[in-house]
Design a binder for this molecule. Structure first.
Ligand code: SAM
Ligand code: CA
Length: 242
């Protein structure tokens, strides 16, 4: 059980890790993640670390988790909403078979193109179909087309948190029964349990209510089974059952 000191630590918004200590997180990285991180992912991680918005990148342990998950479910046809420089995209591309596909969407192509040479060098760029622009109209078009219904094995959502509920309404149609949607950042920097008057960065406070609303909606949605994992900033896996 948590002792008093621990309680204080858990109230601290912005703590890097959801684990007992930063040392334990470092242990995971050094013992399990970094020694097995593919060279291309290491290169992309180091390139991204120099970018001013590097806080947005997927962590190396989450990248390893996604790569393993995709292999476990034999994913072939996938989607990613929110690419940035492509760390989770590369983790996905490396996990898919040669004829695997990723429909990748982001409003910003420049950041994707920063990482693209590394993805190309890794020999997996042919699996990626990148679309620049907001994801929602693309999803609407796919729903309207009809032919994409129930076709995706895996969908990773890591973009504008205020649209997650809107994405879910569409993605539940596009993912196949038995397929998985992963919503990222569902613990939102620990702020989901912070008192409303706790000090928070502006963007953390702004998106907090949307994340809280999403977490409630997913728990109440009987079309999916869910599992919220404290990996990275929290990822909720949703398996479509009907
Ligand atoms: N998955 C990425 C990685 O591994 O580095 C991180 C993605 S970052 C947290 C969020 C991304 O969502 C940003 O690159 C941003 O441009 C993109 N984004 C924001 N609003 C979007 C929208 N409406 N449609 C598509 N992408 C969007
Ligand atoms: Ca994320």
């Amino acid at each position: 059980m948590a002792e008093n000191g621990d309680q204080g630590r858990h109230q601290e918004v912005g703590h890097k890790s959801l684990l007992q200590s930063d040392a334990l997180y470092q242990y995971i990285l050094e013992t399990s993640v970094y020694p097995r991180e593919p060279e291309a992912m290491k290169e992309l991680r180091e390139l991204t670390a120099k970018h001013p918005w590097n806080i947005m990148t997927t962590s190396a342990d989450e990248g390893q988790f996604l790569n393993m998950l995709l292999k476990l479910i034999n994913a072939k046809n996938t989607m990613e909403i929110g690419v940035y420089t492509g760390y989770s995209l590369l983790a996905t591309a490396l996990a898919l078979p040669e004829d695997g596909k990723i429909l990748a969407m982001d409003i910003n192509r420049d950041n994707y193109e920063l990482g693209l040479p590394i993805i190309e060098k890794a020999g997996v760029a042919h699996k990626i179909d990148f679309k620049e622009g907001p994801a929602l109209p693309v999803l609407d078009q796919m729903i309207e087309d009809g032919k994409y219904h129930g076709t995706f094995d895996f969908i990773f959502v890591d973009a504008d948190k205020d649209n997650y509920i809107n994405y879910h309404k569409r993605l539940i149609e596009l993912v196949k029964v038995g397929g998985v949607i992963g919503y990222d950042n569902t613990l939102w920097n620990g702020s989901v349990v912070a008192p409303p008057d706790a000090p928070m960065r502006k963007y953390v406070r702004y998106y907090r209510d949307f994340v809280l609303e999403l977490n409630k909606a997913l728990a109440a949605d009987l079309r999916i089974e869910i599992c919220m994992l404290p990996v990275g900033d929290g990822i909720t896996l949703c398996r479509r059952v009907s």
